[in-house]
Design a protein around this ligand. Structure first.
Ligand code: DIG
Ligand code: MN
Ligand code: MN
Length: 390
């Protein structure tokens, strides 16, 4: 068995819309035929994925009757059962239909906000029926071009009203479900509200039930904003708010590319996998590893499954590299914590006595600053582990 072949234990997932992407873009028509959800379930299972995610309308076409919905769900459940696949996450498409052209929860039209709440409650019901435990909110249309159209504070308030309403819906229904908010700085709107994971982490603290709400950071989105994705994920983990994650690849200064995981900035992908897997000796992330990405427009269906296998294989290769890196004695020596039993107790838990002791310490800036940190050697070792020569 190839050590990099994915297994269910790896918890890899793909959205129906990812491997089902037909290659349409703003400058060209679809290049691939649509794939039936039941076909996607079978093929993902054959590739070694653990689960499949969906927007409501990826499975149940917009405007389907109740009986059509029930038939589609029944067939989909049968395919999940047959191929041993689960649905860890679901979400609502609040961005494709023209009704959402000026937002969903933040729209200036209360009829649109009402429709968005109703569609989301139905989407939550569908997700829970399929076994989802995480519900993602990506506000793709929640933003502006003509920014004078609404006070941005109103957008924040309307989003909070919607989140609090839907949290209470989940509580009243008794669903075992948490929410994960996904940030993106722009595209398809000129500016999207709550543009980064950091903005989302603060927003969550203003909700009526913050314990139900976390984040779903995406590599491409934080990278589009020019930020360190790993640092944003680390802050979410430290806050206990990394409820889900969207993995892909992206180059800064470009539209949302949603490339195969690890296919652009390998260094950052390595550091991210090291953080998620806790190879540096920390608690690992234990949620789904979702690839919110799609194959190049150049590809046929065979290329789509090359794409899916590539995402999972690269993740597992980087995990093995990170394990080797953090097991390397020279690396461990270079990143070993500096300890100072006399000083460390003074650095937290203010007391008058500690303040006085800090002021009395003999600290010589000139001699302290002379110490070389050997980060060049450390980083070279990381590169050599990444390149497989160590
Ligand atoms: C885009 O990055 C968004 C939508 O695809 C979806 O709502 C969410 C779930 O992964 N990601
Ligand atoms: Mn994206
Ligand atoms: Mn995403």
């Amino acid at each position: 068995m190839d050590p990099f072949d994915p297994t269910a234990k790896d918890r890899f997932t793909f959205g129906l819309w990812t491997v089902g992407n037909t290659g349409r873009d703003p400058f060209g028509e679809a290049v691939r035929a649509p794939l039936a959800p039941t076909h996607i379930v079978r093929k993902l299972s054959e590739c070694g994925a653990w689960g499949v995610n969906l927007h409501d309308n990826d499975l149940v076409p917009f405007g389907s009757s109740a009986s059509e919905r029930d038939r589609i769900v029944r067939e989909f459940k049968a395919a999940l059962q047959e191929h041993g696949m689960c649905v860890p996450m679901a979400t609502t498409n609040l961005f494709s239909h023209p009704i959402f052209k000026d937002g969903a929860f933040t729209s200036n039209d209360p009829k649109v906000r009402a429709f968005a709440l109703r569609k989301t409650m139905d989407g939550i019901d569908l997700g829970v029926e399929l076994g989802a435990r995480v519900y993602v909110f990506w506000g793709g249309r929640e933003g502006t071009e003509a920014d004078a159209c609404r006070d941005p504070r109103t957008a924040v308030a309307r989003t909070r009203e919607a989140m609090d309403f839907l949290c209470d819906y989940v509580r009243e229904q008794g669903y075992d479900l948490v929410f994960a908010l996904e940030a993106k700085p722009n595209e398809p709107r000129g500016d999207i509200y709550f543009p980064t994971t950091g903005h989302m982490l603060h927003f969550i603290s203003t909700l009526a039930h913050p314990e139900m709400v976390g984040v779903n950071p995406e590599v491409a989105h934080e990278t589009m904003a020019g930020l360190s994705f790993t640092h944003g994920v680390a802050q979410a983990m430290e806050a206990g708010k990394l409820f889900h994650i969207d993995l892909n690849a992206q180059r800064i200064g470009r539209y949302d590319q949603d490339f195969r995981f690890g296919s652009e900035d390998v260094r950052q992908a390595f550091l991210l996998v090291r953080l998620l897997e806790g190879t540096l000796g920390t608690a690992p992330y234990t949620g789904p590893l979702h690839f919110d990405a799609h194959a190049y427009r150049s590809e046929d269906e065979a290329g789509v499954w090359d794409f899916a296998r590539g995402c999972m294989r690269t993740y597992k290769i980087l995990k093995a590299r990170a394990q080797a890196f953090d097991a390397d004695p020279e690396v461990r020596a270079l990143i070993a914590e500096q300890n100072d039993a006399a000083i460390e107790p003074l650095l937290s838990g203010y007391t008058k006595d500690k303040a006085a002791k800090l002021r009395a310490l003999a600290l010589d800036p000139a001699s302290i600053s002379k110490r070389g940190l050997r980060y060049e050697r450390l980083d070279q070792l990381m590169i050599e582990h990444l390149l497989g020569v160590r």
